[in-house]
Design a protein around this ligand. Structure first.
Ligand code: AMP
Length: 499
């Protein structure tokens, strides 16, 4: 597999990047709302090819083209792998588009810039949220193996993704899984000596070292997120759904045990260790908590969700775990069922619409009841006789709107782990031990040159925010909330200077 030399454009067969207009494409439908802006499914007019157009939001940019978009483009230009989303080209628009509002500040239109990606039918969160969705064991193994293969490739090429979560894992109807959204990614050097921001990775998937404020880290941060995804696939719902950083770290401690010097030398020196110091010491109980998982799945998960990042399993070793080499084997991606397109944006929207419909129906029913009620003579209203028809209860018992659970509610992936599997769909790859290398050819990974440093100085004040509980005075990321949905960055992440 070819890997671009640093700075090589690698798109020689394509029109020069940025030279074509977005008018070469017909937008079909919005499929995502990224931090940058909208993502559309679109058709290339000349060829009829379906692509995804990701608009780079420029409205908050005072200083020109957003640095995070530059990083994403740079990084994606150097990554070429079947499990990493392919950036095909960049297109521009010179005037405001039909669907665009005029700039509120009356500023001149600055032009729109779009990244053109290969189109993927689903993201993992959207797919998992489909009603009645049930992943089989070979399917989970198949997705996990692709996720690890793509991530291993990134790590070998010295790229940290820093926002691994379901909605950033895209899946097509051929069963291929690709890592996407490299907006928070960056190059790293293997000595881990550079200071990097700890304001990355969506809360529910964020590893303990970042929650404790480390600024020196490496690929292990992504492997924690992979562990969370893996457990979520097996468990049917997110495993650490914290509301804020404090709750997040305590949810982790509750299952993985409290962070102590014995199990994680140096942890007590991390900037926010004392802020999150547990009031009581909890022993690790991950194996008991997930005892219903298959033995090999549990062995692997146990090595992914290790508090001390230096002991956490690497993607390459995870690919060699027994889990992927015992029955039922990972299935051939092509044998997976094809589903109707499902992106998180759409499944969320559908759920909202359904909720709205339910509420309207409820309101109408209630109004109807009240109208009927008001037609009854007042005396009867107050004291129904023994034969009077029973009056409906006000909203509540009969008409109460049952609170809907969070999208990651129980049963989202019903008992996938217990599924008998699909041995017939399995494909037995005899090349054990080459798992990690599969797809990279037999040559060792070319030592990719480190990408140019991305303003490693950062901005003053780019550090954690203020507040009483934190060394810098406040929850490190403000109300990152967001949990699974958004990454931690409040507002426009392009305004952050990621390190
Ligand atoms: P992003 O801004 O990259 O996080 O994208 C937001 C959402 O848009 C994702 O969660 C996907 O559902 C959707 N999306 C992004 N890229 C693609 C693509 N290449 N194909 C299909 N959907 C995509």
């Amino acid at each position: 597999m070819a890997i671009a030399a640093p700075e090589q454009l690698n798109v020689s067969e394509l029109p020069a990047w940025g030279s074509r207009s977005v008018d070469c494409f017909e937008k079909l439908e919005q499929i995502g709302e990224g931090t940058y802006g909208q993502v559309y499914m679109a058709k290339e007019i000349d060829t009829g090819e379906i692509v995804a157009l990701k608009k780079i939001r420029m409205d908050n940019e005072r200083e020109g083209f957003p640095i995070t978009a530059i990083r994403e483009i740079k990084i994606l230009k150097k990554l070429h792998h079947e499990n990493v989303i392919k950036l095909k080209e960049i297109v521009t628009s010179t005037g405001p588009e039909k669907d665009e509002q005029p700039a509120p500040d009356g500023n001149k239109y600055r032009g729109g810039i779009y990244m053109v990606f290969e189109y993927m039918d689903h993201d993992l969160t959207g797919l998992a949220d489909r009603p009645g969705m049930r992943f089989s064991v070979p399917q989970i193994k198949c997705y996990m193996r692709q996720l690890l293969t793509g991530l291993h490739y990134c790590h070998v090429n010295q790229v940290l993704h820093r926002d691994i979560k379901g909605s950033n894992l895209l899946i097509d109807n051929e069963g291929n899984l690709k890592l996407a959204d490299f907006g928070l990614a960056r190059s790293f050097s293997s000595d881990h000596n550079a200071n990097l921001t700890n304001r990355v990775i969506t809360l529910w998937y964020r590893p303990p070292e970042l929650l404790l404020g480390t600024t020196k880290y490496g690929p292990a941060v992504d492997m924690w997120s992979v562990g969370c995804i893996f457990a979520e696939l097996l468990n049917g719902k997110p495993i650490f759904p914290g509301k804020d950083e404090a709750e997040q770290i305590h949810k982790i401690y509750d299952i993985c045990g409290s962070a102590t010097e014995e199990i994680w030398p140096g942890v007590s020196k991390l900037p926010w260790y004392n802020n999150f110091k547990p009031t009581r010491m909890v022993k690790r109980r991950l194996r008991e908590h997930f005892r219903h998982f298959d033995r090999h799945a549990l062995d692997l998960l146990d090595r992914m969700l290790i508090l001390d990042p230096s002991h956490r399993i690497a993607a390459k070793d995870a690919l060699d775990a027994e889990y992927f080499w015992t029955d039922p084997l990972p299935c051939d991606p092509k044998s997976l069922p094809k589903y109707e397109a499902s992106h998180e944006f759409q499944t969320k929207k559908k759920r909202q619409q359904q909720r709205q419909l339910d509420e309207n129906a409820k309101r109408q029913k209630l109004q109807h009841q009240q109208q009927q009620h008001s037609r009854v003579p007042p005396a009867q209203q107050m004291r129904p006789g023994p034969n009077a028809p029973a009056q409906p209860q006000a909203a509540g018992h009969h008409y109460g709107n049952k609170p809907r659970g969070p999208s990651g509610g129980p049963g989202r992936y019903p008992a996938a782990a217990a599924a008998a599997g699909n041995p017939s769909g399995s494909y037995n790859n005899p090349n054990r031990g080459q798992g990690a290398a599969a797809g990279y050819g037999s040559a060792p990974y070319p030592p990719q040159g480190r990408a140019p440093p991305y303003g490693s100085s950062g901005l003053p004040g780019a550090g954690p925010r203020g507040g009483p509980n934190y060394p810098h005075g406040g929850p490190p990321y403000g109300s990152s909330g967001g949990g699974r949905g958004s990454n931690v960055v409040p507002g426009n992440r392009n305004q952050q200077y990621w390190q």
